[in-house]
Write a protein that binds this ligand. Structure first.
Ligand code: PAF
Length: 286
């Protein structure tokens, strides 16, 4: 696997990989890789001839009081994991290569970005949409893969690709891959490593409470009551702040006061000892 850090090197390496019409899959990441990312790489291998991964801790998607400086950086270890999975190329630009002096463009996807994490983290999805659009233009992949754990992010990226008529990748070639979970149900996340052992154990209350709320809602319980029960359960387990716990339409992400027959998802963001965890689960499949 080759690691490239400049756009010129990326273009040369991609030209070689493309050969006679070979299909390229892109797996964008911020590094600190775990089994969830490696699952994306494996799935990418099944749909393309070559997999390109990117690692870039994107400053534009972190707010002023967020964890940009603390975000784990471990390029050598990540590169070894990607190589072990048979990744062909790693694109690891510096902040200066991604955002040269004078960079002045912002991509803002209204609507689907506005609520949930968009409300709790102003500007976050502008940063995501801007960097992902750049990554798509830089790599021009046939297909791109993202984890469903960041469900709203996936919706924002699809809306951006649709609205800007992107063709590499086309909106239909943006694949969401189901969340990979630890044995106790906690969704895998690079941020889980911030948790001390007792907080990590307590964090498993989140998926547990989500499953209980889904069972209650599907069993006919009032949505507001089931969500209040979920919130009480995770607070009792040690979560100290809840950004949201919402039943939403799976496409528009608008909150649903009651379950309908249409696709619905339960989405939660909550903090435990300062670490913000997000999770989502299908209530009615899409
Ligand atoms: O999900 C992530 O790791 C990031 O938000 C992404 C998509 C790589 C953009 O920086």
């Amino acid at each position: 696997m080759q690691t490239v850090k400049t756009l010129d090197m990326l273009r040369t390496a991609l030209g070689q990989l493309r050969g006679d019409g070979k299909r390229i899959a892109l797996v964008p990441t911020m590094g600190a890789l775990h089994e969830g990312h490696l699952t994306l790489v494996r799935r990418a291998q099944a749909v393309a001839d070559h997999v390109v991964a990117s690692i870039f801790v994107n400053p534009k998607q972190f707010g002023p009081n967020e964890d940009l400086d603390a975000y784990p950086r471990q390029l050598a270890a990540d590169a070894a994991m990607l190589e072990g999975e048979g990744c062909a190329l790693l694109w690891a630009p510096s902040a200066e290569a991604m955002y040269p002096a004078g960079f002045a463009t912002n991509i803002s996807v209204t609507g689907v970005s506005d609520g949930l994490c968009g409300a709790a983290r102003p500007g976050h999805f502008d940063g995501v949409a801007t960097v992902v659009c750049k990554l798509f233009n830089q790599v021009q992949p046939d297909v791109a893969l993202f984890g469903e754990k960041d469900f709203q992010q996936l919706a924002v990226i699809r809306a951006m690709a649709r609205d800007l008529d992107l063709c590499r990748p086309h909106v239909d070639a943006i694949i969401g891959v189901p969340t990979v979970r630890e044995a106790d149900g906690l969704a895998m996340s690079s941020r889980n490593r911030y948790l001390a052992p007792e907080q990590r154990a307590a964090a498993a209350a989140l998926p547990r409470a989500m499953r209980a709320a889904i069972a209650a809602i599907k069993g006919g319980a009032d949505v507001a009551g089931a969500l209040a029960g979920l919130e009480a359960e995770i607070v009792a387990a040690g979560f100290d702040r809840i950004d949201y716990a919402v039943l939403a339409d799976s496409t528009s992400l608008t909150p649903l006061p009651a379950l309908t027959t249409g696709p619905a998802r339960l989405l939660v963001a909550a903090r435990i000892a300062g670490t913000r965890l997000i999770d989502n689960m299908a209530v009615n499949p899409q």
